[in-house]
Design a binder for this molecule. Structure first.
Ligand code: FAD
Length: 452
């Protein structure tokens, strides 16, 4: 039995930190959860709040056949040889347990988010709360944290590093109201996010996106990677990232990843198509950025708009005036300030390929139904959402050295840990972010429980 005041210290109260704290606390562990900016945004808060659960009760109720093995196969297909085999299967197997924990243990109502398709998933498997927004999921988890007797929260305190004695992790060094002090526990979980806000690390590992708008939370400074490396931890997938090709210019919100599969197409300022739009949102980012002005017009119709309104980020874009409509394509072109003839030609190109009259010259294969007036459109740009590289962990979320041996008492999940797949933006399958964060956090909590 531990004589420490806490069984585990968790740094960061975002997706991984909150889920890990709640699982551990419900298993009877005493947790201290430290958050640098309690009222500020985390990546969870700005996310779409869509997370994969393969073989969930919700899929079963909808008659959808799925399993962890099928999700793992989709991750590996998208990663084209760069999946993180150390954790993919374990995270996939944990995913339905996460959904059950959220709904049955925490009483958070979930549903299968199937109105808007997710590129790269062969069946609907992303789940969400009612509003399909990260903001809502974040608020619901915060409410559970605040009512949990086994969790002590230290708000607005900065974890400054690991407390190491004789090469063993004993806790964390925390700075609270300007004063640094030590906190001890049997284990620590690093859940401080990735390094997308650290321009130096970006320039080293993801130079192609180092100058792109970063739409994630500003706290992603890569601190956990620095602490782990100082202890001899390995890192993996450092050049992996999630890009976003549907971001409204300025980066405040986005139109949503599913529009192309609903039927949308994209043109540049000259009205010309430039990419197979059915790519995932991640790789689309760099193609949009490469266009004049780094922008593109995403064109769709009423049916697509109605479906997209199911999701929180699109609703925000709509409310912010990021989407406009017109009764026909010529009027839409005029409103967008592009040539009507060019837009018409692009539209015809897509419709003919959609109808099977000719192969798409850009290689698009998934089109969705035909578009019909009235038309909708929004300007989008490419952006960096979050990084995928991080500390190497095993299937228990234990941080490992380069030789694969775990560092006793040190765990990582979410952006602090290497994700499910790299490299570049192409390897990211939607849902990999929260899927890994929740899955590894649960695996860490269960492993730490086993240490008692
Ligand atoms: C725009 C956007 C949309 C996304 N949409 C989706 C989606 O729909 N589905 C999906 O699966 N993934 C999505 N993701 C990815 C997902 O949000 C992340 O994978 C996930 O939130 C990572 O969890 P985390 O706990 O590592 O980081 P976060 O959720 O960012 O939490 C980290 C927390 O640690 C705190 N912190 C940092 N440093 C310290 C420190 N030194 N001391 C104390 N606290 C600290 C931060 O303030 C923050 O609260 C999206 C990401 C972005 C940016």
């Amino acid at each position: 039995m531990s004589t420490q005041p806490f069984d585990c210290i968790i740094a960061g109260a975002g997706a991984a930190g909150m889920l890990g704290a709640l699982v551990a606390a419900r298993d009877g562990l005493r947790i201290v959860l430290i958050e640098r900016d309690w009222d500020g945004p985390s990546n969870l808060l700005v996310s779409g709040g869509l997370f994969p659960a393969a073989g969930s009760l919700y899929q079963h109720a909808a008659g959808i056949e799925d399993s962890p093995a099928i999700w793992a196969a989709d991750i590996r297909a998208k990663a084209a040889g760069d999946a993180n085999d150390a954790i993919v299967d374990a995270v996939a197997e944990t995913s339905p347990l996460v959904a059950t924990f959220l709904s049955e243990s925490l009483g958070i109502a979930l549903h299968l988010a199937a109105t808007v398709p997710a590129p790269g998933h062969r069946v609907p498997r992303l789940h969400a709360t009612e509003k399909e927004s990260g903001r809502e999921l974040h608020a619901l988890l915060r409410a559970r944290i605040e009512g949990e007797p086994n969790i002590v929260v230290i708000e607005n305190a900065d974890v400054r590093g690991l407390l190491i004695e004789a090469d063993v992790v004993r806790g964390m060094v925390v700075r609270e109201q300007g004063v640094a002090h030590e906190l001890r526990a049997g284990a620590v979980l690093l859940a401080t996010g990735g390094f997308a806000a650290n321009r130096t690390l970006l320039a080293e590992f993801v130079p192609t996106m180092a100058d792109a708008i970063h739409i994630g939370a500003g706290r992603n400074d890569g601190c956990a990677i620095e602490w782990g490396r100082a202890l001899g931890a390995g890192v993996a997938l450092m050049n992996g990232y999630q890009g976003q090709g549907h971001v409204t210019p300025g980066g405040r919100t986005r139109l949503g990843m599913g529009l192309p599969l609903l039927g949308a197409f994209m043109v540049n300022r000259m009205g010309e198509r430039f990419v197979r739009e059915d790519f995932g949102p991640s790789e689309l980012g760099q193609y949009v950025l490469a266009q004049p002005g780094g922008v593109a017009l995403e064109v769709f119709d009423q049916r697509c708009h109605d479906a997209a309104m199911r999701q929180g980020p699109y609703q925000e874009a709509w409310r912010a005036g990021g989407v406009f409509s017109a009764m026909d394509l010529d009027a839409l072109a005029q409103a967008a300030g592009i040539t009507a003839d060019a837009l018409q030609a692009s539209f015809q190109q897509v419709e003919r390929a959609r109808n099977g009259e000719l192969a798409d010259s850009l290689g698009r294969t998934r089109f969705g139904p035909s578009l019909a007036a009235p038309f909708y459109a929004g300007w989008v740009t490419g952006a960096l959402a979050h990084t995928q590289g991080g500390l190497a962990v095993d299937r228990h979320a234990r941080v490992c050295r380069d030789d694969g041996t775990p560092i006793a008492g040190l765990y990582a999940a979410g952006g602090a840990a290497a994700s499910l797949a790299g490299h570049g933006g192409e390897g990211y399958l939607p849902g990999n972010g929260l899927g890994q964060s929740f899955g590894l956090a649960m695996l860490a909590a269960r492993s730490i429980h086993g240490l008692r």
